[in-house]
Design a protein around this ligand. Sequence first.
Ligand SMILES: [Fe+2]
Ligand SMILES: [Fe+2]
Length: 160
Amino acid sequence: MISEPLSKLLVAQVSSELGAHQTYLGISLYFERQSLHGWAKVFRDQSIEEAQHASKIMAFLLDNDVEFDLLGLAAATTHYKSATDAVGVALASEVKVTGQFNTMAGAAVEAGDHRGFQFLQWFIDEQVEEERTMGALLDLLASGVNLFQAQELLAGIIEE
Ligand SMILES: [Fe+2]
Ligand SMILES: [Fe+2]
């Protein structure tokens, strides 16, 4: 079993991760519409990762006999002012998620919930990588490189 406060936060986090899945899918479509297939793939792959994060949390909730329903998903735009605008939204989303996992880790510590605290570590590590990736993409855009040519550099930035 895991603590009640952390259970509630994890149930909310499932919809947050699925919300990120939608946001990234919207960003992928924004790039796809401009025939920027490389950029679109980066965000489609990221979108899939976010759905996997939601699955990982749901599996943990099931393993711990937490009863939950799936909450509603917010709509996601496919329209952005620029590539920098879109990637900036992605970075802001990652920073928000980092804060959510910090809050959950605090709740786990307060409740003496070692199992929950241990589970959160993977996500806390993952957030370091996700913030770094989005920050690096923003740096690439800030260099002024042509968006089509920039696609040749994306593989070197995205770490699996
Ligand atoms: Fe995530
Ligand atoms: Fe993420």
